[in-house]
Design a protein around this ligand. Structure first.
Ligand SMILES: NC(=O)C1=CN([C@@H]2O[C@H](COP(=O)(O)OP(=O)(O)OC[C@H]3O[C@@H](n4cnc5c(N)ncnc54)[C@H](OP(=O)(O)O)[C@@H]3O)[C@@H](O)[C@H]2O)C=CC1
Ligand SMILES: O=C(O)CCC(=O)C(=O)O
Length: 419
């Protein structure tokens, strides 16, 4: 194993790599590599037994040149200041590559929510919402779900914000339940853009997705839905899936939706009856499959592991699953990587649709959401491949950053703050 990469340094390296193909002033480039501001706070929460516990929490507002800061809130013991900075920076380039009118932000609490009761998680979430209230808003910073958060937490944050502000402001947060102003299709959106990116990539690379074998690391919101949609809508064969407890494998494939149902019932994919064998996460990542989808956390594939990746195509559902050193190895080995800032952008894109619907108080059908999402992702894919061909970038990631950075710089210049 090589030393664990710092995700914030990875982000900065990705920006630098793209800058080589752009005419961007070095002082302006510096601006694109650092967050504008970060809230760091300690949340004091009452436990069920009456004791108090203190939790560290962050919100990073990286860049707002193209619109309000936008990005999820993560609950995980591995959350850190640098991780949140990186995740907020990736949001800037993600919203730019799909060309939706947002900047980038991200938040997180250092906590494993599974160790706490529902009541304790609710009080923790409301305490965070209380701290966030002065810096979020429908036109300023709009949080959303990420690892270990979902509709429930978004509804609590909306409720706390609206109570404190004495108003209704559903657009202050996205990823809500439909009855609280959530959008049809938001739960599936991240997996759907992963599926659409895989479809476009296989087509571009002249490969057949129908019957392609697929391995998915991480079987939560992003991974399980990507797996199911690739199976249902593209005819792919899901042969492996994993979570934090381990991985399952069946060379003949298994029912991706049934594997998720099993995980929901038992807490893990391991032990699923359609699995022929169990693997480690590392073994899953190095399976000889047509398509590998990392859908868990950062740094899943480092340079050492990249040497052993046998997949032809990797589509990143997770944020930052491949370190820059690993990227170099995969590029060298002709493994095609479709980057996170495109492949998982469905989540924030449908969050944007949710916000538009909230602002207009007019709600769309799921079909309309899915059609608009497909348009956004295919247009972004085309912009990325155009840049890849025109600029001759070494891989699709750098092409995506070229497209995104150009858009952020243009917005900054047009603001008149830079000649
Ligand atoms: N939700 C969204 O809308 C979006 C999410 N993303 C990104 O997608 C990724 C996954 O997020 P999401 O699906 O929402 O999160 P979830 O919490 O729903 O799922 C995360 C999954 O990853 C698994 N996991 C965690 N650690 C490991 C590990 N070391 N090895 C293997 N699996 C592991 C978890 O296992 P277990 O169940 O055992 O905990 C779980 O199955 C993140 O990078 C996130 O930032 C990107 C865009 C939008
Ligand atoms: O839906 C959103 O606003 C953001 C989702 C997110 O956090 C991400 O894309 O990483």
């Amino acid at each position: 194993m090589s030393e664990e990469a710092n995700p914030f340094e990875s982000l900065q390296e990705q920006v630098d790599d793209a800058a080589e193909f752009l005419d961007v002033r070095s002082d302006l480039l510096e601006r694109l590599k650092h967050p504008e501001r970060i809230l760091e706070t300690n949340l004091t929460v009452e436990m069920d037994d009456g004791s108090l516990e203190v939790f560290k929490a962050f919100r990073s507002q990286f860049n707002g040149d193209r619109g309000p800061y936008k990005g999820g809130i993560r609950y995980h013991p591995g959350v850190s200041r640098d991780e949140v900075k990186a995740l907020s920076g990736w949001m800037v380039y993600k919203t730019a590559v799909v060309d939706i009118p947002y900047g980038g932000g991200k938040g997180g609490i250092v906590v494993d929510p599974r160790e706490y009761s529902d009541g304790e998680v609710e009080r923790l979430t409301r305490a965070f919402a209380n701290e966030l209230r002065p810096i979020i808003g429908e036109d300023t910073d709009i949080p959303a779900p990420d690892v270990n958060t979902g509709q429930r937490e978004m509804n609590w944050i909306k409720d706390t914000y609206e109570t404190l502000e004495n108003t209704t402001a559903p657009g202050v947060i996205t990823g809500k339940a439909p009855d609280s102003g959530g959008s049809a299709g938001r739960v599936e959106a991240t997996g759907r853009s992963t599926m659409l990116t895989a479809r476009e990539a296989f087509d571009y690379l002249d490969k057949d997705i129908e019957g392609a074998t697929v391995a998915v690391q991480g079987y939560g919101n992003a991974g399980s839905i990507a797996a199911r949609l690739i199976e249902e809508e593209l005819g792919g064969t899901v042969v492996a899936a994993s979570d934090s407890s381990g991985a399952i494998y069946n060379a003949d494939g298994f029912d991706a939706a049934a594997a998720k149902d099993y995980k929901d019932e038992t807490g893990s994919v391991t032990g699923f009856s359609q699995a022929a064998e169990e693997l480690t996460n590392e073994e899953l990542l190095t399976l000889d499959v047509d398509l590998l989808i990392p859908a868990a956390l950062e740094n899943a594939i480092d340079a050492d592991l990249a040497e052993d990746v046998q997949a032809d195509v990797v589509v990143e559902a997770a944020n930052g699953p491949i370190t820059p050193d690993a990227d170099d190895v995969l590029t060298e080995r002709d493994v095609e990587v479709l980057p996170d800032i495109l492949a998982n952008a469905g989540g924030v894109t449908v969050s944007y649709f949710e916000w538009v619907q909230n602002r207009q108080r007019f709600y769309w059908t799921e079909q309309r959401v899915n059609d608009e999402l497909e348009r956004v992702i295919t247009e972004a894919f085309d912009a990325l491949t155009d840049a890849y061909e025109e600029k001759g970038t070494p891989n699709f990631r750098t092409a995506a950053y070229v497209v995104a950075i150009e858009r952020v710089v243009k917005a900054y210049q047009q603001g008149g703050t830079w000649p």
